[in-house]
Design a protein around this ligand. Structure first.
Ligand code: ADP
Length: 256
């Protein structure tokens, strides 16, 4: 098992409330994510999972409550590149844009160093390493539009890795990807978590899969319904719809 430092909170969400207008989406959410953790977030559609992600990334501000990243209040947090975000595959990235795999990954480097900063040999090495980590080095000069969905997701991971983050957020990363590519993708995530000690936070509807992959599961349904290990989650959940449309968990544990 990889090392999880339970004394180091990478992210702390304390008593967070959030609404879009009159639509209250998050109610008193408390969540601590430890260094080296691999956390899966599940919950019904509209439960507030993506909203919680955006709050943890500093893209939305809670109506009340606080968020800390690496021990620093998110309002004062400067080192945003410690935190990477891999959006859904069907995100607004135009795969028909004529850009190579290597150029996409270089974006993760420019994000770190500034757009007008020339990339140095060291940066190119990091880009190469990032592609190797996701086993896409042979595709460096291929146009992104020529890749399969699973390959595109691997490139997005490489782009995130090129910024040398400590935590990576992934929102439904395997939606619409074939089974074999999903298997490879989860294998890659496990490697990044276990070998590199990268902290991963993943939203997925695939509860069955998550229980086999992650270290901890958080169930969100506007508030945090549970936060525990997959074993505890399976033992305590009285009814699960594995399509993820309905998640009902009767007990409420905190693992810390
Ligand atoms: P989930 O990721 O669990 O499906 P979301 O966080 O995307 O849930 O959405 C939670 C609720 O907030 C839903 O009712 C959704 O319609 C609403 N919502 C999400 N984004 C916006 C937005 N930008 N403006 C208004 N309402 C939104």
């Amino acid at each position: 098992m990889p090392f999880v430092d339970h004394n180091k909170n990478i992210i702390e969400v304390n008593h967070v409330f959030f609404s879009y207008g009159t639509n209250t989406v998050l109610i008193d959410v408390n969540l601590a994510i430890h260094r080296g953790d691999y956390l899966g977030i599940i919950g019904p559609n509209g439960a507030g999972k993506t909203t919680l992600f955006k709050i943890m990334l500093g893209l939305l501000t809670p109506k009340s409550g606080t968020v800390k990243l690496f021990g620093v209040d998110i309002r004062n947090f400067q080192d945003h590149l410690k935190v990477a975000y891999v959006p859904q595959k069907a995100s607004n990235f135009d795969v028909n844009f004529p850009i190579t795999v290597k150029e996409v990954v270089a974006m993760g480097r420019y994000a770190k160093k500034g757009l007008f900063h020339n990339l140095q040999a060291e940066d190119n090495k990091i880009i190469r390493n990032s592609l190797e980590q996701v086993k896409m080095q042979e595709y460096a000069n291929v146009l992104i539009g020529e890749l399969s969905g699973g390959e595109v997701q691997r490139v997005f991971i490489a782009r995130a890795l090129a910024g040398q983050p400590e935590v990576v957020f992934l929102d439904e990363p395997t939606a619409g990807i074939d089974q074999k590519s999903q298997d490879d993708f989860y294998g890659l995530l496990k490697e990044l978590n276990q070998k590199m000690g990268l902290t991963l936070v993943l939203i997925s509807h695939d509860i069955e899969r998550l229980t086999k992959e992650v270290m901890h599961i958080a169930c969100l349904d506007h508030n945090l319904v549970c936060h525990n290990s997959p074993e505890e989650f399976l033992r305590d959940s009285d009814s699960l719809n594995l399509d993820g449309q309905k998640v009902k968990v009767i007990t409420h544990h905190h693992y810390n």
